[in-house]
Each structure stands twice: as structure tokens, then as C-alpha cells.
Design a protein around this ligand. Sequence first.
Ligand SMILES: NC(=O)c1ccc[n+]([C@@H]2O[C@H](COP(=O)([O-])OP(=O)(O)OC[C@H]3O[C@@H](n4cnc5c(N)ncnc54)[C@H](O)[C@@H]3O)[C@@H](O)[C@H]2O)c1
Length: 596
Amino acid sequence: MAREFTRVGVVGLGTMGAGIVEVFARNGLDVTAVEISEGALERGRVTLTGSTDRAVAKGKLAEAERDALLARVDFRVGLDALHDVDLVIEAVPEHLDLKQRIFAELDRVCKPEAILATNTSSLSVTEISVATSRPNQVIGIHFFNPAPVMKLVEVVRTVVTSADVVADVEALCERLGKVDVTISDRAGFIANALLFGYLNHAVGMFEARYATREDIDAAMKLGCGLPMGPLALMDLIGLDTAYEILDTMYRRGGRDRRHAPAPLLKQMVTAGLLGRKSGRGFYTYERPGSPKVVPDEYTPPAGDAALADGARAIAKVGVVGSGTMATGIIEVFAKAGYEVISVTRGAEKSAKVCEAVKTSLNKGVVRGKLSETDRDAALGRITWSATLDHLADVDLVVEAVIEELSVKKALFASLDEICKPGVVLATTTSSLPVIDVAMATQRPADVIGLHFFNPAPIMPLVEIVRTIRTSAETSATARAVCAKLGKTGVVCGDRSGFIVNALLFPYLNDAVRMLEASYSTADDIDYAMKLGCGYPMGPFELLDVVGLDVSLAIQRELYLELREPGFAPAPLLEHLVTAGYLGRKSGRGFRDHTRR
Ligand SMILES: NC(=O)c1ccc[n+]([C@@H]2O[C@H](COP(=O)([O-])OP(=O)(O)OC[C@H]3O[C@@H](n4cnc5c(N)ncnc54)[C@H](O)[C@@H]3O)[C@@H](O)[C@H]2O)c1
């Protein structure tokens, strides 16, 4: 029989605490909400009423429900108010000494049978628990931000937490409508251990001016379907909190350099740029606490005119290749009104590509996304050829042939001889250095990477890869072309993995390492990322879809180029590939797909 919770306490009403109060009160529990001062209490109250008012405005909460919810919350200054609660959850800043002091005090104030919980993201629950005389009743209840929205709760049991306390807390999570994963006490638990290396890496990219904040965020949202980009997420988490989490993970988690907070973070925290809560972080917000981003001095000018500034006129486009990417790219350009010359290695291949483009366009018609007239017009714009010489007068060439450097270099050397001056030569490579391809020509300033995502007609993102020789005019042209294609073009440097793969694959590799270390199961890790961070797929689902061999190859490239020890491919990933477990395509990867 699970313990009955009627009154709970929340200590600290900041970003997380205020949300946790809302979760409890919304589910019928009485809450004593405690802060350190009247001012902080008032801020917590404003956050809670702001959030519940928004829920009412969106029709997600009736006015009467909101009033009942608020009536269940007793706002107090000082921990003494917690003498009669059945459970208390602490959500004060991420400092061990502060939390230990608070737990010692809670131990003194609270009923002997009360459960004492911490919402820490990275500190040791065990170390916090020993500040009390009841470590067996201390547990981690790690909510995700925003607490009222995110479904996941990580329940962290230490070696001394008693089994009935774990069971009672699991039952409470269920009552709150949350999905819980119960894990042991390790820095970052599941989700943050996988998330923060990625977030810190994104900050490093921004700090190195590898790409703009808008482009880094757009890349991860559009390329991976994440609910928000990493820098916007840092602002939501709070840069001071993020700094502390990284710092603790670095110290507790084996001094992995990837968790050493990017120097920029420290500077921003010192400067009071804490993210949304202070009104400014990586972005500027309407006012402190507001989710609304307002333009600032770093906001790029909007509109096509700004994009087209300095761009060359492009009307005729050559696409070289006959694979999946080439086929999709031909369709994308033809639909956007460009005249397209498709060049393959023979009439038979051209016929196949032509058929594939027709089939895809027809699907668009069947789904009501394309009129028959537009389909016919698009097809009418495509010329099918098996000779590169036909590219003599195109304005842009997009190369999408096999991912082999020698083949691409030979092709670019030929294009250099055939194409007119002023043409933009683009490669769709996803892993080779664009500069290698550019140097196969006498005109490296005109060469750029256009990394489309698969399937090209659907995926809204293109990474525009500038080499150190690419001219500003070529970049501007690439941006203008992407805009005309209806794609979001993000500009980045010529480094392994560009933006998306460089940020995505180390995270996937880390998930494999976590599984390998038997910290959790593939199912729970997938749940944690989906329900805690809003990812469309968990890491193991995604690895099985992408293919373990492809993932391993990308991870190897990243490791070889960046020499980051933490990027070394996980041995388990290598073994699965060696064993022929490649994911969905081979019927088995991290999961067995033949039995479903
Ligand atoms: N921000 C996130 O996304 C996130 C997500 C999950 C967990 N966490 C964890 O939750 C905890 C709180 O983080 P946050 O981001 O909400 O921090 P925050 O800075 O937004 O809020 C902390 C609050 O604690 C109050 N406080 C400080 N000392 C206190 C005391 N002695 N008694 C009562 N209140 C006190 C502060 O006034 C402040 O309102 C941290 O352990 C953090 O790691 C944060």
C-alpha cells in the first residue's frame, strides 16, 4: 500500500521550483511553497500565476481550476513552514554546500517520516543525503524544464534509499501524470549526461564563430526535429544553472573535457546574462522571465532582399548524380522554378532518375500538395543528359555523386574545364572536406558545400558550408538559392560534421556508452530523451534508423578530425557493426526489427 501524500513542500521557487509547485497543485496536492525572502517569494508567485494564466488563456485550464490550484498553495518564507509536509522537494541553486545546509535544516524541521527529495541535476544525491539523519528517506526527483509540460521524471535512488521510499515516489509520479525512470546516483543521470555535452559543444561552436546563434539553433531544430535549438535551450535552463551542472559533471564524471564549461558561459554568468530569467542570454527577451525573443544587435536582417545582397543571378542549374540525394535535389530545384539539367553516367540511369522524380511529383499531386499543371511544369523544366559538357552554360552545379573524395575531385576538375566563368560549384558531401574538392579546381572561391538532408524534397534544412577560400558572393548566392527553394540555409565552417552531425553523433555515441556501462536500458534512455527533452526519437531508435555503420563512419570522421577523446566511437557500436547488426536495414541493430 503506497503512502498517502496530502501536503508537500517545495523549497526554492525559481525556474524549476515554481513549475514543480504547479505540477503538485494541479494534481490536487496541498503545497507549502518556500523561498528565502519576501522578494523571491513574490517572484515565485508571479511565475506561478503567469504560467496558470497562460494555461487558462490557451484553454488548457478552466478559470475555476486555476483558482482552486492557486488556493492549494501556501507561500511562505523560511523552512519552518514545512513542519507538517509528507514530502519536500528542494529546487535551490545547484551548489552542494547550499543543498547540504538546507537538507540538514529540513531534517530538523520536517516530520520524522517525511521524505526529503532533491531536484538536483548533477550533484550527488548521496552526498546531499548524508547531511541528514535519515539518508534512507532521501531521494532525487528530477523534473524537466518546463516541469508542467515535460512528462519525464528521473527518480534517483542512492545505495541507502529504502525500497518503500522509491516505490512511494514512483506512485506519486504516476499520480502526477508523469513517466518515471528509476536510476542510480550518477552525475547527470540519464538525460543531462547525454544533453549537456551537446549543449556545451554548441556554445563552443558559437564562441568560435563557427556559425551564428540563429543558424546553430535552426540547424538542430530543422535537421533533427528538436523542439528548440541548443542555445535557446541554454537560455531556458538558465546559464548559471547550466554552468553549475557542467562544472559538477566535469568534476564528478571523469573530467571529460566536453563538460568543462565553455569560457563564454562563465563570462555571460558573471555579466548577469542568465538567459530568459534575466531577460538576456544568448538571445534578448521582451522582459525578464518572458519566453518572447526580441531583435537585438546580433539579429540578422530579415527578408529575401537581405539574403540576395551580393548574390549572383541563378536561372539554370546542373545536378550531377543519380542517387537518392540527386533525385530529390532535381525535384526541389525544378519545383522552385529553376531550369535543371540532370547529368548521370548513362541513359539507363537517367531514365531511372526521371522515373523516380515523376513518382515523387505524382505523390505530391495525390496528396493535394501539387497541382497537375505545376507537376507538368516542373517536369518540363528538367533536361536529362549523360554528358557533363551540357553544363557549359549553367549558373550553378550541385554535385551529388558517391561519397568518395577521388571521384568528387575528378568531377570538380572536369567541371572546372567545362563550366563558364562565374558559375557556383556546390558539393552535397556530408563528410568530406569541401576545401579538398574546391582545390581540385582553379576557382576555389566559387566552390561551396550545400548539404541537403534526406529526403531533400521534405527536409527544410540546408547547411551552406563555406571554406576558407569561398567568396562572399558565392555564399550570398547559396543563401539566396536556399531561400528561393523554400529551405532554411544555415551557414557554417568547413569542419567535420558541419553543424548537425557534429552535434548529433557524439550524443548518440554517448548514449551507446551509457548502455554499454549498464547504467540504464535502451528503452529507458530513449524514454528519457523523448519525454524529458522532447526529442522526436530516442537515441537508439534514431541509430537504428540512420544505420549503425553510417553512424560509426561519421563518428570516426569526427574523432579523426577533432581528436577529441570523448568522440572515440563506443566499442559496443563497433561490435554491433562488425556483427552485421546495422539497424532497421539489416533487421537488427539495438533492437530486433524482425519480430515487430
Ligand atoms: N533550470 C533547469 O532547466 C533545471 C532542470 C531540472 C533541474 N534543475 C535543478 O533544479 C534546481 C534549481 O534550479 P533552477 O534553475 O530552478 O534555479 P533558479 O536559480 O531559477 O532558482 C533557485 C531558487 O532558489 C531560491 N533559493 C536560494 N536559496 C534558498 C534558500 N536557502 N531557501 C529557499 N529558497 C532558496 C532562489 O531565490 C531561487 O528562486 C537546481 O538543482 C537545478 O540543477 C534545473
